[in-house]
Design a protein around this ligand. Structure first.
Ligand code: PLP
Length: 395
């Protein structure tokens, strides 16, 4: 059976009523026959049947043992950091999601957890950067927003030899394209806010562990700290995942077409898309994933913040917004939006230029999206020409 068929039929029909859609158990507590005697649930922070189906579903999709659902992607990341103790170190990808950077550096530094950033697309750099105190290696692949790819299998070997856990933030790829656990990762996390939810109507985070033992530890943290995903939001995430295969396929096809269009455009300096042969990590992307995803970044020949802002405020179909992975295409300016919490020098060193623009390719027709980008480039060209004429006549 294909994975798509398996996925759709692994979401159970309700045994009580035959409801084909998963029921939303909107309840805080469960009646017990005698103290401690119950039907598997006692209090809805600890466990909820709707959430449990989502947790089983993501564990199955990522080929892990345990799934754990949180109120946001960051709550999921936070739960993993809580496996560590004072003196432990995190080795993280340099081109990291801004919120994860903020959490690691501004919240956990005062608890004595040190974080080092390294270009993880360079396996040797990872090998050289681990220390005996590195207890967690943190990858995002592809990264946000420069779409660097790290070799999960090779870094898993380094992690294992060093007794470190390897966690992969698989938000950008989704389990349809890439499964880090079979490649050797211990933990996978998702911002289900993005592709898994898929409709820009949900904030959610998911964790999957390879081993049950680590899964149980994170489940303990989920209950002890309480950042659980609500029943209705769990249902939204399940509903999103039901169409994940189909959506990802379309995101990938359209993104490649648009990346090729951008690559030949005279106003574009550089296009970042792992599906392009010119991408420095194209080979490893091809080896470890089934497709290249729906995110494209590009910089402009006119490498100024002003030029990027002019572009992102003049698109039509592409809506200017944070986030990604939904049905509507989005455009963003990472330096001023998602990556604002990263200091400018650090951001530039990680390859996020001032003019870098990120696109999340939605499910509109690719041709319409290309026309929209084309119109935007044309509009900017005319505005620039007009400005230059005005400046000349002012002289
Ligand atoms: C959005 C995002 C997160 C954070 O998830 P939230 O659901 O917004 O808390 C983490 N990692 C990546 C790669 C993201 O894109």
């Amino acid at each position: 059976m294909s994975t798509a068929t398996q996925l759709i039929h692994s979401i159970p029909v309700d045994p009580l009523t035959g409801a084909i859609s998963v029921p939303i158990y909107q309840t805080s507590t469960f009646v017990q026959e005698a103290p401690g005697v119950n039907k598997g649930y006692d209090y809805a922070r600890t466990g909820n049947p709707t959430r449990a189906i989502l947790e089983q579903l993501i564990a199955q999709l990522e080929k892990g043992s345990t799934g754990i659902a949180f109120a946001s992607g960051l709550a999921a990341i936070d739960a993993i950091v809580k496996l560590l103790k004072t003196g432990d170190e995190i080795l993280a990808v340099d081109d990291i999601y801004g919120g994860a950077f903020r959490l690691f550096t501004n919240v956990y530094d005062k608890f004595g957890i040190k974080v080092t950033f390294v270009d993880t697309s360079d396996v040797e750099a990872v090998f050289n950067a681990v220390t005996p105190n590195t207890k967690l290696i943190w990858l995002e692949t592809p990264t946000n927003p420069t779409l660097k790819i790290s070799d999960i299998e090779a870094i898993a070997k380094i992690a294992k030899a060093n007794n470190s856990l390897l966690c992969v933030d698989n938000t950008f790829a989704s389990p349809v394209l890439q499964q880090p656990i079979p490649l050797g990762a211990d933990i996978v996390i998702h911002s289900a806010t993005k592709y898994l939810g898929g409709h820009s109507d949900l904030i959610a985070g998911l964790v999957v562990t390879k081993d049950k033992e680590i899964g149980d530890k994170i489940k303990y943290i989920q209950n002890a700290c309480g950042a659980i995903l609500a029943p209705f939001d769990s249902w939204l995430a399940i509903r999103g995942i039901e169409t994940l295969h189909l959506r990802i396929k379309q995101h990938c096809t359209s993104a490649l077409t648009i990346a090729e269009y951008l690559e030949q455009h005279p106003a574009v300096d550089k296009v970042f898309y792992p599906g392009l042969k010119t991408h420095p990590n194209h080979d490893i992307a091809k080896k470890q994933s089934k497709g290249f995803g729906g995110i494209i970044s590009f910089s402009l020949k006119n490498d100024t913040e002003a030029a990027a802002i002019e572009f992102v405020t003049n698109t039509g179909l592409f809506k200017l917004a944070e986030s990604l992975g939904g049905i509507k295409s989005l455009v963003s300016h990472p330096a001023n939006m998602t990556h604002k919490s990263i200091p400018a020098e650090k951001r530039r060193a990680a390859g996020v230029k001032d003019s870098l623009i990120r696109l999340s390719i939605g499910l509109e027709d690719a041709e319409d999206l290309i026309n929209d980008l084309d119109n935007t480039f044309e509009k900017i060209k005319q505005q620039t020409a007009k400005k230059e004429t005005a400046e000349l006549s002012a002289c």
